[in-house]
Design a protein around this ligand. Structure first.
Ligand code: HEC
Length: 472
């Protein structure tokens, strides 16, 4: 496998910073330009069927679609699939794209092309939506409508309904996990992040298995979820499928726990229940397993963010003493998290390369940044993680700018995590259903014990509905 080299080339080009130098035109020239631009815009304001529909189809409708609750992933609040529903929201669409609130994606533009689940809107596409709203959302001519081009993220398959009624885009799961009983999300809740244990609902196993794909099936008030086994669930997220021959070793009785983020309007009558489930597909007996996928939270706990500090940095470093392939990165902090950078220092290079730069971290969106190609981290490398926090009153999400903040499970505490998925590079040539080397079992058990200890500590803080709750 030669994936490392492809990546290196990409990374090298991704760290080059290109600075556009704008030369300000003279006042008179500028006035003429603006006038010319206005004339051009008035003559050719984009119409829904002419240009807007294509932009929405490619970038928005895999989340903003009809009957969102009926498909497997989590969902956006309204559809943008037809002229009428887009026209009514033209103003908020323009605002959402101008402020980069939509489509949701936090990685810097320098990473364009690197992550398989990326969502970037080009400047031209943004301008089309803004100009369309400014022109009063004209309809245009339906016969001009482009053929529907869906986003590359869309999973174009019919959902499968499992025996327990859960709905899946990945096809029938072999195992479904869920809560002991549905969770009551009380009327006071606007945002709530409990850490909840999950158990096998059906498809229990008695022998170790290899996970090939997972998916989260959640209701409409679920904003996102984070689970070490199931991965990260965000709106529009389909199944989480490992490359062929790559899998997580799943032992019987593995401890499972999921961090939920419920988001809804608060107030009388809004109380509801949630019954989020996770689906797992295993490799079939006889399939080859070459790479054992492991996950590491890389937590760092020894910090205090001073009250009022607008830009406090915390550093952590992980050393690699074996070659590994990196599959994905999922940084996690709470409301004071402001930005995060993950860098790699290889033993054969004098500089650190940037693997991930998130200049405006948004706690509401938890992304697992999945590399298109696994990335080789050579033995002797160090991964440097830097988080910046805004603990000032200028941070509108800050629950208390007068508090000195330390690591902890409640959303009013902070975290400094950077979950990675990775695999050691030596192809193992194992066969699913066959012998599993004892050291792999031991490593999976150790990871299970760590996850159990960490999650149980957070679950303890999760019980009340709506306040002082844990997250991860
Ligand atoms: C990954 C899924 C996803 C994609 C892709 C997406 N949205 Fe959204 N959108 C959401 C969710 C979920 C919300 C609800 C916001 C929240 O709860 O924070 C939302 C909210 C909105 C809102 C309301 C914002 C407000 O002011 O409350 C607008 C407008 C919007 N989206 C437009 C768009 C447009 C236009 C695109 C494409 C350019 C797009 N969205 C792409 C998931 C998505």
């Amino acid at each position: 496998m030669d994936v490392g080299r492809v990546w290196l080339y990409r990374t090298a080009s991704a760290v080059v910073l290109v600075t556009a130098v704008g030369i300000a035109p003279s006042g008179e020239a500028m006035a003429q330009d603006v006038h010319a631009a206005e004339v051009a815009a008035a003559a050719s304001a984009p119409t829904y069927y002419g240009a807007v529909k294509g932009v929405l189809d490619r970038n928005c409708v895999d989340c903003h679609r009809e009957n969102p609750a009926s498909v497997g992933g989590m969902v956006a609040p309204f559809a943008l699939t037809a002229y009428e529903n887009a026209r009514r929201r033209a103003g908020s669409i323009a605002r959402a794209v101008r402020t980069d609130y939509m489509p949701p994606w936090d990685a810097d533009i320098q990473h364009k092309g690197l992550f398989k689940n990326e969502r970037y809107l080009s400047d031209e596409e943004k301008q089309i939506l803004v100009d369309w709203a400014a022109a009063g959302a004209p309809k245009g001519d339906p016969s001009e409508a482009p053929a529907v081009v869906s986003s590359p993220n869309v999973v174009a398959v019919e959902p499968t309904v499992a025996p327990d009624g859960s709905v899946w885009m990945m096809g029938m799961p072999d195992m479904v996990v869920g809560f002991d009983k549905p969770i009551n999300v009380c009327s006071e809740v606007e945002d709530w992040q409990p850490q909840v244990p999950q158990h096998v609902i059906w498809g229990n196993i008695t022998e170790p298995k290899w996970i090939r794909a997972t998916e989260i099936s959640a209701g409409p008030i679920v904003h996102h979820t984070v689970s070490s086994i199931l991965g990260v669930g965000t709106p529009g997220r389909g199944p989480f499928v490992f490359p062929k021959g790559w899998g997580i070793l799943f032992l019987p009785d593995t401890y499972m726990s999921i961090s939920m983020h419920y988001h809804k309007k608060a107030g009388p009558g809004t109380e509801t229940v949630d019954d989020t489930r996770g689906g797992i597909q295993f490799y079939q007996d006889g399939d080859t397993i070459n790479y054992v996928v492991e996950t590491e939270l890389q937590p760092y706990t020894d910090f205090t963010i001073p009250a009022g500090d607008p830009n406090y940095a915390v550093h952590n470093v992980t050393h690699f003493d074996e070659d590994v392939y990196l599959l994905s990165m999922g940084p996690h902090a709470h409301y004071r998290g402001k930005a995060v950078r993950i860098e790699l220092k290889r033993p054969d290079r004098p500089f650190r390369e940037t693997l991930l730069w998130v200049p405006h971290y948004d706690f509401n969106w938890q992304f697992q940044y999945e590399l298109k190609e696994p990335y080789l981290i050579p033995a002797g490398s160090s991964m440097y993680i830097t988080w910046w926090y805004d603990n000032s009153a200028d941070n509108p999400y800050n629950p208390d700018p007068t508090a000195n903040v330390t690591y902890g499970p409640a959303t009013t505490d902070e975290m400094m995590n950077a979950r990675i998925y990775f695999a050691r590079t030596k192809p193992l040539g194992l066969v699913a259903g066959g012998e599993i080397p004892p050291e792999l079992i031991a490593r999976a058990s150790a990871a299970d014990a760590r996850a159990r200890r960490a999650a149980q500590q957070w679950e303890a803080g999760s019980e009340s509905c709506g306040k002082d709750v844990a997250s991860r």
